[in-house]
Design a protein around this ligand. Structure first.
Ligand code: PAF
Length: 288
């Protein structure tokens, strides 16, 4: 545990976390939570800054949540860069970093799960059937552990943010959800901790996700309204990258995530593509 005063305070138990939050509450501070799995990049830092703008007290959780990984997924190789993460967080105003062990979060008798129907079943839910159950459960636990006024998520994980909004509304969780814009590399690739898995060649080809979204955005701006036509053109862009496979590509209502056939209002374009062995997701709202 670090004791360097320049570094954010790190706590590993719910009891010590609650002590920090309770002290801030006594000072009438607004509490912001940025949930992360570590391997922090500019995308995460933009969430921390958004919390700093709105809240006097920012808590960041760093927890690689095992229950959102299926057997055979990348739990073991998920990047863990705790010291570097703390150094990055030291540049912002972070009151506390909550970094519990898996055993602390999930007791041996853990038996309760949060399932979000409909939104949680499609796209990521179809390809990773137990993923969102793990996400919803850990996020609700984090909300209960911290008791934040506001929690910050990135638009890159659009479906995750929609699912969390649904859960918060359905279960009357007293927290406001903010969704902050995706932060991109200079060539448009959405920042993600998983980008570290890309080989140099796959990294170059990974720009096809953003290129296909930009093409859809331009076509819609120029009057295209037919979702089938957009699908076809987006698929062509993705297919131009060697060794790429589309897991899903959807044009959908931004609130319900129901697929649309015509672009009549703001429409979510969302996709997941595997390049070599790395699965990437991205999305953009198209405005007719
Ligand atoms: O987006 C993530 O990093 C994770 O899914 C989250 C929200 C921290 C839950 O583990």
């Amino acid at each position: 545990m670090n004791t360097d005063p320049a570094m954010p305070k790190v706590v590993a138990t719910v009891e010590s976390l609650r002590r920090e939050v309770a002290a801030a509450r006594r000072e009438r501070q607004r509490i912001g939570l940025v949930p992360t799995m570590g391997a922090l990049h500019e995308g995460h830092m933009s969430l921390v800054r958004a919390s700093n703008d709105e809240c006097e007290f920012t808590a960041v959780s760093i927890f690689v949540n095992p229950t959102q990984f299926a057997p055979g997924e990348d739990l073991d190789r998920y990047p863990r860069t705790f010291e570097a993460d703390l150094n990055k967080l030291a540049e912002c105003r972070v009151a506390v970093v909550f970094a519990p062990s898996a055993e602390h979060v999930y007791g041996p008798d853990h038996a309760t799960w949060v399932e979000v129907d409909r939104i949680g079943r499609r796209w990521e839910g179809e390809h990773r059937p137990t993923h969102f159950r793990g996400v919803a459960t850990v996020v609700l636990k984090l909300f209960n552990m911290v008791g934040p006024d506001v929690a910050f998520f990135g638009q890159k994980d659009y479906q995750q943010a929609a699912l969390i909004r649904r859960m918060v509304a359905d279960l009357d969780v007293p927290v406001e959800i903010r969704v902050c814009p995706t932060v991109r590399e200079s060539d448009g690739l959405a920042m993600s901790s998983r980008n570290a898995y890309l080989s140099p060649g796959a990294r170059r080809r990974a720009t096809v996700l953003w290129k296909s979204l930009c093409l859809a955005r331009e076509m819609v701006a120029q009057g295209e309204r037919d979702a089938d036509v957009l699908h076809r053109r987006m698929r062509e862009v993705i297919a131009s990258a060697e060794d790429s496979r589309i897991d899903y590509l959807a044009l959908a209502d931004p609130d319900t995530l129901e697929p649309v056939e015509q672009i009549d209002g703001p429409t979510l374009a969302a996709l997941a593509v595997t390049i070599e062995n790395t699965r990437l997701i991205d999305n953009e709202i198209l405005h007719p």
